[in-house]
Design a protein around this ligand. Structure first.
Ligand code: PLP
Length: 375
């Protein structure tokens, strides 16, 4: 799709192509980030480019732990936090540390497609269960998929690609399920909560803190989306202090951070994000973009769950095959991603982390497409 975007832009002009394919925010990072960057460039700290502890700077881990403590009410300390090369790097560290050959990891469709690769990278087997029709977790389906080989369940809220946020009640039920099944099979089943969109929520929705709801939880996140720093590769893992033998788990994670070749998360970024943990990009601006697209698309006949967070819409494909719909949209210079890419055929994803002006320009093209398809 990326290549196709370039081809269409060369033919029709960049302002006549509506590229909604990538979760790569066009927003700039917040002012507080720029200030921190300027400060460190003006007053460099001796040794700031050297290796450090594989887990990252104690000061950064402490600052993150403080925020997590406040938000979750759990006794999270710096020792429970490991700085990582984005959430993608963090997920690989987690699976490297947790998985034995053939261990199973449950994922709920639709899902961020890299999960499958991150699991198989480390000898694990992905087990896909279908989410409910409203894209909430289907706890019965998850329960039925748990076996003696299950090592972890990944959850992702706010979700890519659906924008759905899981409720505190749903997390409590998942906690209950995992406790029961861990006891039944005599081994810990971890809930890996991948949450790079946790700060991007709308309409006063609050993302319940997974660490507060699920004892055996491991949070993994990054500042790719909330501070618009995807190219800087900065994120972290935070483990629940209530996990049995938590220190052993942390040692394993830190060791894997090193031996996967990451060694440590980028030093400069660790320093910069330490002081801006409560900052984010302009969430109101994202909400306006969501509303603009959601209101227009539903008014012309597209059907979708209204997203409460992240920066994606995941409408039903009006054509039986989502690939056919993506091709029909392409003829109107609209680029979107088929749901099959997320393990959910029959849908398509729109990433609206793009300029508002492009969204506005795209609306007549969506209308023409809807008319052509008889919506
Ligand atoms: N998890 C989800 C659900 C994502 O959407 C992404 C990126 O789009 C990632 C993880 C990876 O993010 P990072 O840039 O932090 O590696």
């Amino acid at each position: 799709m990326f290549e196709e975007g370039g081809r269409l832009k060369a033919i029709y002009g960049a302002d006549k192509v509506y590229d909604f394919t990538l979760g790569n925010p066009t927003d700039e990072p917040p002012q507080a980030f720029r200030q921190a960057l300027q400060e460190i460039a003006t007053h460099p700290v001796p040794g700031m480019h050297r290796y450090m502890s594989n887990a990252g700077y104690a000061e950064t881990r402490g600052a993150i732990a403080e925020v997590l403590r406040e938000d979750s009410g759990e006794d999270v300390q710096a020792d429970h936090v490991i700085m990582t090369v984005g959430a993608g790097g963090g997920l690989n560290v987690i699976f490297k540390a947790l998985l034995d050959p053939e261990d199973e990891v449950i994922i709920s469709a639709p899902f961020f497609v890299e999960y499958k690769f991150y699991i198989t990278n480390h000898g694990g087997t992905p087990v896909v269960v279908q989410s409910r029709e409203d894209f909430q977790l289907d706890l019965e389906a998850i329960g039925a998929a748990i076996t003696e080989k299950t090592k972890a369940i990944i959850i992702n809220s706010p979700n890519n690609p659906t924008g759905v946020v899981y409720s505190g009640k749903s997390l409590d039920q998942l906690h209950q399920l995992v406790e029961e099944k861990s006891a039944q099979y005599g081994r810990t089943i971890y809930v890996v909560s991948d949450e790079p969109y946790a700060k991007i929520v709308y309409d006063q929705v609050k993302v319940p803190p997974v660490l507060g709801h699920i004892r055996n939880s491991i949070v993994v996140t990054s500042h790719s989306k909330d501070l618009a720093l995807p190219g800087e590769r900065i994120g972290y893992i935070a483990v629940s202090p209530r996990i049995d033998q938590v220190a052993l788990l942390v040692d394993g994670l830190v060791f894997c951070n090193r031996i996967l070749g990451f060694v440590n998360a980028p030093a400069l970024m660790q320093r910069l994000v330490a002081g801006i943990q409560r900052e984010s990009v302009d969430i109101q601006a994202y909400q306006e973009k969501r509303d603009l697209l959601y209101n227009h698309l539903t008014s012309i006949g597209f059907e979708m769950v209204k997203p409460e967070g992240a920066f994606y819409l995941f409408p039903k494909s009006p054509l039986e095959k989502d690939i056919d719909f993506v091709e029909a949209a392409q003829k109107h210079n609209i680029l979107v991603v088929p749901g099959s890419g997320f393990g959910q055929p029959g849908y398509f994803r729109i990433a609206y982390c793009v300029d508002k002006a492009m969204i506005e320009r795209s609306l007549p093209a969506f209308t023409a497409l809807a008319k052509e398809l008889g919506l």
